[in-house]
Design a protein around this ligand. Sequence first.
Ligand code: ZN
Ligand code: ZN
Length: 337
Amino acid sequence: MRAQRRHAWAILALPLAGSALAIGLAIRDGGAPWQALAILGVCYLLTYAGITVGFHRLLSHRAFETVPWLRNLLAVLGCMAAQGPAIYWAANHRLHHIRSDRDGDPHSPRIAHGRALGRWEGFWHAQIGWTFNHTPADVFANARDLTRDRSLMKINQRYLWWVALGLAVPALAGLLMLGDAYGALLGLLWGGAVRLTLSYHFTNAINSVTHIVGTRPFGGRNTSTNFWPIALPTLGEAWHNNHHAFPTSARFGLDWREPDIGWWIISGLDAAGLARNIRRPAPESIAARRAAAADQRAMPSPSVDPGPSVDLGPSVDLGRPDAKDSDAQDGDEDLAA
Ligand SMILES: [Zn+2]
Ligand SMILES: [Zn+2]
């Protein structure tokens, strides 16, 4: 637990301090150079793809398969986002699906350590607090399949190297693009500190915001929502109610009105022959689930308001080969390759 707390402090406070310095220097200098902002954009996109395409869709849910070098590259890019080692991230995330908004969910805004949380306390817990005090996920219980992948294990064990590489690369880019040590510092601050601050808070907004506000087209036995304002910066993660309804789907934004950059990346990999066995729900299945959720909403509600609904609709498996304690009910027949 001490290691958890140290990591939590480091990933919260250090990038925040670096971001404050970056903004302070930009004010003093009359703006940040475009090169520093370009480094931020590219590093954010690559490392966030490591999280949503790599850690989440590929490793946690096995929503598609890819060639070993790309699987390893995505795992390294995900580690550079400093949200924990790949296998731990996946084990912890699978626990979120298995125990969604019930005791044992590592970052529910509804409940923590057996105690119901108020709205703002719940927001704080799901956004930041959980990183300091969640019960560590059992990697061997929840991600045993990933521990059998030897190259993934090696990448996992070198987690701190990749975090350091995620700082060294933007610093080097700053040095090359701006030509001096101050340029390297700006590269480090914008491509390292500001990037980490943004990716930390956008990822945790999926735990907090998209379990508190937004729409619930598929209902489900959890409080997950779709919340469009953060769809672009989360590369499609914000279609979180869709994701809880179809966890093994590689596509989170289920129609053209739901932009999903992670899905566009996977489609690009598919076009390049680098992705296969891509899992997606069949259109009839999406329509049936949407209709079932609408029927449930239309049912007469009790006279006493029970608060935000935690209805018990169906869900699908997690993509974990040995998934059993999940809210799985209608399984793979929902999925078209
Ligand atoms: Zn969730
Ligand atoms: Zn998930």
